[in-house]
Ligand binder design. Sequence first.
Ligand code: PLP
Length: 423
Amino acid sequence: MDQVLNCAESEVRSYCRSYPATFSAARGSHLVTEEGGQYLDFLSGCGSLNYGHNNPILKSALLKYLAADGITLGLDLKTTAKNAFMEAFAKRVLVPRSLSYRMQFPGPTGANAVEAAIKLARKVTGRTNVIAFTNGFHGCSLGALALTANSYNRGSSAPLLTGVHRALYDGYLGPDIDTADILRRQLDDPSGGVDKPAAIILEIVQGEGGLNVASRGWLQKIAAIATEHGALLIVDEIQAGCGRLGRFFSFEDYDVVPDIVTMAKSASGFGLPMSLVLLKPHLDVWQPGEHNGTFRGNNHAFVTAAAAIEHYWGEDAFESEVRRKSRLLLDLLTDYCDNRPFQPKGTGLMQGIDVKDPVLAARVKVEAYQQRLIVELCGPFDEVIKLMPPLTILESELIAGTKQLLSIIDDVADAAICSPQSR
Ligand SMILES: *Cc1c(COP(=O)(O)O)cnc(C)c1O
């Protein structure tokens, strides 16, 4: 059976190679296989399932909507579900944060949102160059891929990936060199070789690139550089947003207001495809239908997104809960790395361990899977073990799963020392 299925699906498949079981159900923080095996999920659909699998509050809202024959595909028609989402988003997310954005619904993937964002920035400024950063990940369609740094992803289309200047992310040259100063110097210098940018796009935490975190000072400098040079600041919230860092938006603690924000992954909260571009109202120079797409009105996603916002973002309790869990995870990981040659990475519930050795990291991922724990790797060499549980995970599950993973790392590292030839 596996043989048949493997031949049927393109070689491009990837996660199913790492986690080869056939999964048939999922609840909360667990995936369940056809045989009934339970796996603790520290991947959460790459951050698309921040409220857990089949979250009962979101599910019951959706079931009720389906039972009443609510609209499924709405193009960009006004619908009850879309109106309710926009109202909830404005009232519970934007207004309390004094943010004034218009919402654009592009096609439902993250890459769609990124494409729309850079297209708009180019249209607004009349410039083409976009500044993106080392280790940045913004998706795999051509425009988004041009912004994505990873050579493995870029390989097939490299010569077509134009219009982007690659700048150095915070910390790229170590703690003593401020890479924002380098970018400023280059842009200030008419012979710096960097064309006037339409936009600067970045992630607050680089989810695929190794859980590098932008410091407050660095981000504020980048925002100032954008303003000085007439470029728009785009924050790609797709992975780090929707509460992952303990606030709804990843940039909230930075005192920076992006011109454009891209959201996807956990925007619907239920794993349904949905993306969103937030743009400052004066940037809304789109002509009707100029950036189009059939699947811009996934109303099931609007229903679950609204339910998630109403339930989790109406008050501060959920934020405090996520931040408590984040501190717990931070303590476990820093304690662990203290007397080992490893480095804790990331922040919020988007943390990990740089084990400095891709072979070790790969073995840990395999062994974790054997022990029914799903973890993914990230970083330029896949040397960072990434922990991205649902935000709703029970504290007891978070502690137990993390401790289990840490002891797996020790076991695998010890075994590797015993048999160096096998590394
Ligand atoms: C996943 C991701 C994207 C792309 O989203 P898709 O839905 O896979 O197209 C873009 N930016 C970031 C930061 C992401 O994590």
